[in-house]
Write a protein that binds this ligand. Structure first.
Ligand code: ADP
Ligand code: MG
Length: 291
């Protein structure tokens, strides 16, 4: 029944505006054992608001936002883009950062008006500054969707921001649909902190949780799950690209413009826009029904 299933899947995919390169991802879609989900921008809507700003030194909250947003102009991370948007909304005019070095999924370093600036995950900034971000951050809430972004200036921890990102509505229903379609294991793989990962996993009833992962560790997780069966990875097309490429089926959420063409070229199934997970479930359900 494979050719019939593929024809049905392909026309369905085309109908939904999903780009498919080659038949292999669709064939794999019919036999997925494990679904690995990224959190930020995948399970959450990726449009967080800043809910609090904590300075650990002399900088005001406005100075912190100015430096973090100026630096984050150099990053395509959804959190980075949210910070830039907040700053622009407040009318800040941001200088262009120099000497930029991005560590994908962790943070970005560079120079702004002669100051060495780091912005990114608490672990990323703590590893490159003095000051105890870990203790400070452990007091922050573990609400699903809450994100902590740390700021380092001239080698010292300057402070951190707490951002609230909401879980996408309807995710629990989508995951139930995928289980119906035959997926046995649904696990979370996030670069975010353990408290947040556990809270998300509890809310959605997931089968496994991996927190504090770097993009390389996500690749290792995908490969180790592949030794047990077919793996679909759903993540962010930019930061999770290596993990998406390592899976049998890679799904890039919300990839637009240049990012969309990159993931399409790599053979991922790529959303043109919007609620992709639903589209993938529909295709998986059809393929499994026809098998
Ligand atoms: P997930 O795996 O859940 O999508 P990521 O690995 O993409 O999460 O990001 C983990 C954390 O890294 C974020 O919660 C945020 O603290 C931080 N982070 C990564 N890159 C940046 C950046 N460029 N600017 C600000 N924060 C960043
Ligand atoms: Mg992500």
């Amino acid at each position: 029944a494979v050719p019939v299933a593929l024809v049905a899947g392909l026309s369905r995919a085309t109908h939904f505006g999903v780009l498919v390169k080659g038949a292999a991802p669709l064939e794999a879609l019919a036999g997925i054992r494990t679904l690995i989900l990224d959190k930020t921008g995948t399970l959450t809507d990726g449009q967080p608001r800043i809910v609090s700003t904590q300075s650990h030194g002399n900088l005001s909250g406005d100075d912190m936002l100015f430096l973090a947003a100026a630096m984050d102009q150099a990053s395509k991370h959804p959190i980075a883009q949210a910070i830039v948007a907040v700053a622009r909304d407040r009318g800040l005019v941001l200088p262009v950062p120099a000497d930029v070095v991005e560590t994908a999924g962790e943070g970005v370093a560079g120079t702004i008006n002669g100051q060495a600036v780091l912005v990114g995950s608490p672990g990323f900034v703590a590893a490159r500054t003095s000051g105890n971000v870990v203790n400070d951050v452990s007091r922050v809430s573990g609400d699903p969707g809450s994100v902590v972004v740390a700021l380092g200036v001239d080698g010292v921890l300057a402070g951190h921001f707490v951002l609230a990102d909401s879980l996408r509505s309807g995710t629990a229903t989508l995951l139930a649909g995928l289980r119906k379609a035959g997926i046995q294991r649904i696990i979370l793989a996030t670069g975010d902190r353990r408290v947040v990962a556990d809270a998300v996993s509890g809310t959605l009833g997931l089968d496994g949780v991996h927190a504090d992962l770097t993009p390389d560790q996500k690749v290792s997780l995908v490969l180790s799950e592949r030794s047990h069966g077919t793996v679909m990875m759903v993540g962010d097309g930019v930061n999770d690209a290596p993990a998406l490429a390592s899976a049998d089926v890679g799904v890039a959420m919300g990839a637009r413009g240049a990012a969309a063409s990159v993931v399409a070229a790599l053979g991922y199934i790529t959303p043109v826009q919007g609620a992709l997970l639903q589209e993938v479930i529909d295709i998986a359900v059809i393929l499994n029904a026809l098998r």
